[in-house]
Design a protein around this ligand. Structure first.
Ligand code: FAD
Length: 340
């Protein structure tokens, strides 16, 4: 995957830019900024750049070697990577957010959407109930030898994945790869409405995953703090909701127990800026997105945002486009030297 967006690096702009987050948005922005000779420092809390392209998405969809080659080129041309470095608005993390802001001419926030959206039902904190993104990231950290397998709880023989998007599909694949024999994809609408699309769902079925439509867990039941089974209800589909898809309506009296060893909840994520709400007056929406204008500028001069941290959970293509737009806007800002 090519992140560098030019053949030759020039010395046009003398400035130093920090990028927090080395996913597709941050890496693409780095590749645009570097072309004009801007000094680019990229910070990431993980041990390898790539974000979810390395630590979330399966090989058959995004080959890791392509991402690694693109990163290698950025390094060779001069981008500095600071890995295993978490930037947060708290002394307990590696670098404090305000410290970064004070040291650079401009800053790009590209930290993605890593906070899992919870179902907010009883028993969700039991051992045996996992949230997709953190579980999958741990899975790849172990798979690539960055962490010991003790960080990864065993899923057991039967696993229910809750959700119908690509994250749910990838969770089911991780469950299969981990040795689960019975894997269920439990989705509240029908497969026709599943955001992952029919091709991905059929492909899962061909690997043995059972697709369970119009069903949702309403409670996770445990014994000694460990999941024993979940209680589900059946759903019927009503009038379209704000997404344009039919709204799932619970059918009273259809509660049933569904026995599984573990559950992976894959019902979405929330943007994760590297600071608490209202830090330095940077505007953040109710659901955690960093608010930007068309040029990816936050309301704080010199601070920009790109990718899932400003859009909410999305896809690689839009994150790449957002990274390019933000980098072009940063260049414009640096040239006009409006830094205050
Ligand atoms: C399991 C899963 C499967 C997916 N499958 C697909 C797919 O098949 N196709 C597709 O197009 N999209 C897919 N997506 C969505 C896609 O991965 C994202 O939309 C895209 O990666 C967003 O890019 P980004 O650069 O904004 O953020 P990310 O790729 O999330 O990168 C953010 C980076 O910021 C770092 N970071 C976060 N907080 C901090 C901090 N405080 N300090 C330092 N570093 C920090 C993270 O370590 C990470 O490397 C999937 C998502 C998931 C969760």
């Amino acid at each position: 995957m090519k992140f560098l967006k030019c053949k030759e690096v020039s010395n046009k702009i003398k400035a130093k830019v920090a990028i927090i987050g080395a996913g597709p948005a941050g890496l693409t922005a780095a590749g645009v900024l570097l072309c004009d000779g801007i000094e680019v420092d990229v910070f990431d809390m993980l041990p390898e750049p790539g974000g979810l392209m390395i630590f979330g998405i399966p090989e058959f969809r995004i080959p890791k070697s392509g991402v690694r080659e693109g990163v290698k080129e950025l390094k060779e041309k001069g981008v500095n990577f600071y890995l295993n470095t978490r930037i947060e608005d708290s002394e307990k993390y590696d670098i404090n957010f305000e410290e970064i802001v004070s040291k650079y001419d401009a800053l790009l926030l590209a930290t993605g959407a890593w906070e899992p959206r919870k179902m907010n039902i009883e028993g969700e904190d039991l051992s045996g109930v996992y949230h997709a993104a953190p579980y999958i990231v741990s899975y790849y950290l172990v798979k690539f030898g960055y962490k010991d397998s003790s960080i990864l709880p065993r899923l057991g023989k039967s696993v229910a994945v809750i959700g119908g998007g690509l994250t749910a599909v990838d969770s089911a694949l991780v469950a299969l790869e981990s040795g689960a024999k019975d894997v269920y994809l439990v989705y509240r609408r029908t497969r026709k409405e599943a955001p992952a699309g029919e091709k991905e769902i059929s492909s899962l079925e061909s690997k043995g995953v059972k697709v369970v439509e119009r069903k949702v867990p309403v409670k996770f039941v445990g014994e000694n703090e460990k999941l024993k089974y979940m209680i589900t209800v059946d759903l019927t589909l009503g009038a379209p909701d704000h997404t344009g898809r039919p709204s799932p309506i619970p059918l009273p009296g259809t509660e049933k127990s569904f026995e599984v060893d573990s559950v992976i909840v894959a019902v979405g994520g929330k943007s994760t800026p590297p600071f608490k709400k209202n830090k330095l007056g940077i505007e953040v929406s109710e659901d955690g997105r960093v608010l930007v204008d068309q040029k990816k500028r936050t309301n704080k001069v010199g601070i920009f945002a790109a990718g899932d941290v400003e859009s909410g959970p999305s896809l690689i293509g839009p994150a790449v486009k957002s990274g390019i737009d933000a980098a072009l806007s940063i260049k414009e800002f640096l040239i006009s030297r409006k830094w205050k």
